[in-house]
Design a protein around this ligand. Structure first.
Ligand code: DHB
Length: 397
């Protein structure tokens, strides 16, 4: 077989989703070259619908690093959320509690902004590659081998390799079993996510607990809405007509205030996976993991993308110290620095999930305890403030 043609760069990045692209962008600002590869095409990534909430630090990162300020002009500032239970909505006002807001700005737009910025700055991003393998991760020149879009075998050799290849990626499996710990939590339910052509049903997000299970009202534009409801992990989307979906959502949101969702044709239906996962450490040899490649959170609370961007912020600093200042100790600190936030976010996402979802076999005790918990949160400034603080994100150390 023909030898692959070899190119040399500072950082080889597996994965060109938001985490890989943001890292490549930040490294370029520090004068460090990188190449990112992804098995998906740019169009495939642009059409993968994910969460839509950015913490203020994520917004600042996009704007201040010169990716784009579209989040400020086209995104929507949310000054709080509603928690809804027993058919009544309770406002958690982030601004009065912690002086912060979040922004509704879909992950697909974050990706488009980053891909455009890498294009503008002539970054080297290879979409649509196949047969990706990482090699020699404990040597001083680790590498990535792949077949590019034109069918040619390629090899990248680099100083450090980053696995930003998501929860189904290849990189984290490269850490030998004795050197890694994996922490899991499975949940006996999932989310049914829809996109619908309809007017807004609420100005900001509504997280609702009902006797029929959890529901979430979110938005995309004035005419396209995003909503989710708790479903079985094995739910078949084919069994759900538009009418059945709207009926279920209306029941879960119904209350004495007469809230009604504005209905319309549903243009996308999908069941979203639901689990908590962390792999430690986040570095092995010259390979470092970022984002979903190292950890997954359940979607309640929208921490996934924000956590990935926070990892990348720390990782860009770490790699800059390692390369420009020859400070290899910084590599040793990456896992601990990143994991501090990861485990806080794991707790928050787990807590929001268990507080708002219904368990099929829940005893009356659990049901009543859950309502007690919700009342403790909305009825106490301390309770509400913890939610506001965690939802809007912890400062990067
Ligand atoms: C969205 C997704 C979430 O998981 C969440 O907690 C809030 C909003 C969204 O897609 O808009």
């Amino acid at each position: 077989m023909a030898q692959p043609s070899v190119v040399r760069t500072g950082i080889g990045i597996v994965g060109a989703g938001p985490a890989g692209l943001m890292l490549s962008h930040l490294l370029a600002l520090s004068g460090i070259d990188s190449i990112a590869v992804d098995t998906r095409t740019r169009t495939e990534i642009e059409h993968t619908h994910r969460a839509g909430i950015l913490e203020p630090d994520s917004v600042r990162m996009l704007v201040d690093s010169g990716v784009s300020d579209r989040v400020l002009t086209e995104g929507h500032e949310h000054k709080g959320i509603d928690l809804r239970f027993d058919g009544i909505s309770y406002r958690i006002d982030f601004q009065s509690l912690v002086g912060a807001s979040t922004w509704l700005y879909p992950q697909t737009d974050v990706f488009i902004d980053l891909a455009n910025a890498r294009n503008r700055d002539e970054g080297d991003i290879r979409f649509g590659v196949t047969d990706t393998r990482v090699i020699d991760i404990t040597s001083s020149t680790p590498g990535i081998r792949f077949t590019d879009e034109d069918g040619a075998r390629r090899e990248i050799r680099c100083d450090y390799l980053v696995g930003a290849d998501g929860s189904r990626g290849i990189c984290r499996h490269e850490v030998p079993e004795p050197q890694r710990q994996q922490y899991f939590r499975e949940y006996p339910f999932a989310w049914f996510g829809i996109l619908a052509h309809a007017p807004r049903s609420a100005d900001e997000l509504v997280y609702a607990r009902s006797d029929r299970g959890f529901a979430l009202i979110s938005q995309r534009t004035d005419t396209v809405q995003r909503m989710y409801f708790q479903c079985d992990a094995t739910e078949d989307v084919g069994q759900w007509s538009d009418d059945r979906i709207w009926n279920e959502l209306q029941h879960r949101l119904a209350g004495e205030d007469g809230l009604r969702l504005a209905e319309g044709p549903i243009i996308e239906k999908a069941v979203l996976p639901f689990r908590s996962f962390v792999q430690e450490p986040m570095r092995y040899g010259r390979m470092l993991l970022a984002g979903d490649a190292a950890h997954t959170v359940p979607p309640t609370g929208a921490k996934g993308l924000n956590l990935a961007l926070a990892d990348v912020h720390v990782l860009a600093e770490t790699l800059e110290c390692a390369i420009s200042k020859n400070d290899v100790d910084s590599l040793d600190q990456y896992t601990a620095r990143a994991l501090e936030r990861v485990w806080k976010a794991q707790h928050f996402s787990y807590w929001m999930t268990t507080m708002l979802h219904r368990l099929d076999n829940a005893a009356d005790f659990d049901d009543r305890r859950q309502l007690g918990e919700l009342r403790s949160v909305v009825g106490s400034e301390a309770g509400s403030r913890y939610l506001a603080e965690a939802y809007t994100g912890w400062p990067v150390r």
